[in-house]
Design a protein around this ligand. Structure first.
Ligand SMILES: [Zn+2]
Length: 157
């Protein structure tokens, strides 16, 4: 059942009052803090190199962000996209924004690979078989991503 079917809980999640991210002051598994967002990664991921970018401003929809925060969030998204490309050699990156369970703006980044198990389809995290990383591989990709975030400038600038 979708959380929005409980109007009181949904209002509290949307206002930030019961938002699990805001209550902790930041999301879990932060690997870098950018201008307008936190970069998060976890070893139990749907696909190798998966990143979730979480807005540092509580907002439900993109259009709820003040214009400067929205521009900052998109700048961060471009920076993360480029860093994932460097760290994973993905053939394509997929981007998704849902917020149906935690209505605090966040963007999923799914690197795609030739022959990945979802080829021709979107990623379905429910069909992921763990572990997706070989021993040490998560740390290697995470460190390469963090290094790329520190050294690369977005949009080829
Ligand atoms: Zn929040």
């Amino acid at each position: 059942m979708a959380l929005w079917n409980d109007p009181d809980l949904w209002d509290q999640l949307c206002s930030g009052e019961a938002c699990p991210i805001c209550l902790r002051s930041e999301p879990l598994d932060v690997v870098a803090t950018l201008e307008a967002s936190w970069v998060t990664m976890q070893e139990a991921a749907p696909i190798r190199g998966y990143v979730c970018l979480v807005s540092r401003t509580h907002a439900v929809e993109l259009h709820d962000l003040p214009p400067s925060a929205a521009a900052g969030f998109m700048r961060d998204a471009c920076k993360v996209s480029e860093a994932i490309a460097v760290a994973t050699q993905a053939v394509k990156i997929n981007y998704e924004i849902h917020g149906n369970s935690i209505p605090h703006l966040h963007m999923h980044f799914f690197p795609r690979y030739r022959g990945d198990r979802f080829e021709g389809l979107p990623i379905d995290p429910k069909l992921t078989v763990q572990p997706i990383y070989s021993p040490g591989e998560f740390e290697e990709i995470r460190d390469a991503l963090v290094l790329a975030l520190k050294t690369k400038t977005p949009l080829g600038g």
